[in-house]
Design a protein around this ligand. Structure first.
Ligand code: SAM
Length: 292
């Protein structure tokens, strides 16, 4: 994959892309990331990239000309071609404008992007970007969440990192990316999204189950008993139960979007009947909620 980032702060990316899996994927040649200084596509002596908004109002707006010229230098297929290829699921490239007004960036979108071979990420600043970029240049606008950042750079780094770790070979143990939160991987065992050792279960689009490591006892806090008893079936059931419970507690909206299997439904109805009655004889070790 090739990823081009367009920004007025190219040095911003020195840190975020130089660590962990993104760095590893770059070194392995799985992804090539190039950061482009938008000011290099200006023609005046002040290298002006912004101007006042038509109609009045606060702040400055990123001008369209340097962004269009930068994209032209990449020699990508015309936007209409990219859009029609996308509609036919044959898209290979995507030009993305990072914007608080964009569609929500999710794991599903990250998975779609990981299937492409070229991403162009345009980082806005100030009050935003001249709307002609969204209307005539970008294939999609993406928002990383319902809050306003000062610029698209952090958002671009978020997109790059989450997409890069989905590229085949980027993460040492690929099963781990298939089992993570939000990942609706095709079921391979009795549990939805299951893939890996018998004691694990995929999230199936929910939140991941809780993880623990040594020591088993730390400052009076114990690891749940079930995890050290060696019974893989029990461990997997416990993990599924915990994933369901955490999703119900922190992200109930996710439950609306997935189909639960019969065992999940039984666990859920037990949970809904009341958290005062433990949902499992096995200790969950979770924090009490206001419902308790
Ligand atoms: N006036 C804009 C609004 O109210 O929607 C906010 C502009 S923001 C201060 C400047 C730039 O930060 C945007 O052009 C965009 O590139 C980036 N940005 C801000 N919030 C973002 C978000 N949630 N996701 C992605 N990019 C964001």
């Amino acid at each position: 994959m090739k990823a081009d980032i367009i920004t007025i702060f190219p040095d911003f990316f020195r840190g975020p892309l130089d660590y962990g899996i993104t760095r590893r994927a770059t070194e392995m040649g799985l992804v090539k990331i190039e950061v482009h200084d938008l000011r290099q596509f200006t023609h005046d002596k002040h290298r002006t990239v912004d101007d006042r908004p038509f109609g009045g109002g606060e702040g400055m707006v990123l001008k369209p000309e340097p962004i269009f010229e930068c994209l032209e230098a990449f020699e990508l297929p015309a936007r209409e071609v990219r859009i029609s290829e996308r509609a036919a699921s044959r898209a290979k490239q995507s030009v993305i404008l990072l914007s608080a007004q964009g569609e929500r960036f999710t794991q599903k979108v990250a998975t779609e992007l990981a299937a492409l071979n070229r991403l162009v990420l345009i980082c806005g600043r100030y009050e935003g970007v001249d709307e002609r970029v969204a209307d005539h240049l970008a294939d999609r606008e993406l928002s990383i969440g319902d809050y306003v950042l000062s610029g698209g750079e952090l958002a671009a780094a978020v997109v790059i990192e989450s997409v890069t770790r989905l590229l085949p070979g980027a993460v040492g143990n690929e099963a781990s990316t298939r089992q993570e939160s939000f990942t609706a991987h095709a079921p391979t065992r009795e549990m939805p999204g299951s893939d890996g050792p018998d004691s694990t279960c995929g999230s199936g689009g929910l939140l991941d189950y809780p993880h623990y490591t040594r020591p088993a006892e730390f400052r009076g806090m114990s690891v749940p008993e079930v995890l050290i008893n060696g019974n893989h079936q029990q461990i997997r059931r416990w993990r599924r139960e915990q994933a369901l419970e955490k999703t119900l507690r922190n992200r109930p909206d996710l439950l609306d979007a997935i189909e639960l299997n019969d065992e999940d439904k039984k666990l859920m109805s037990r949970m809904r009947r009341g958290s005062r009655n433990p949902i499992s004889p096995m200790s969950s070790g979770r924090r009490p909620t206001t419902d308790d």
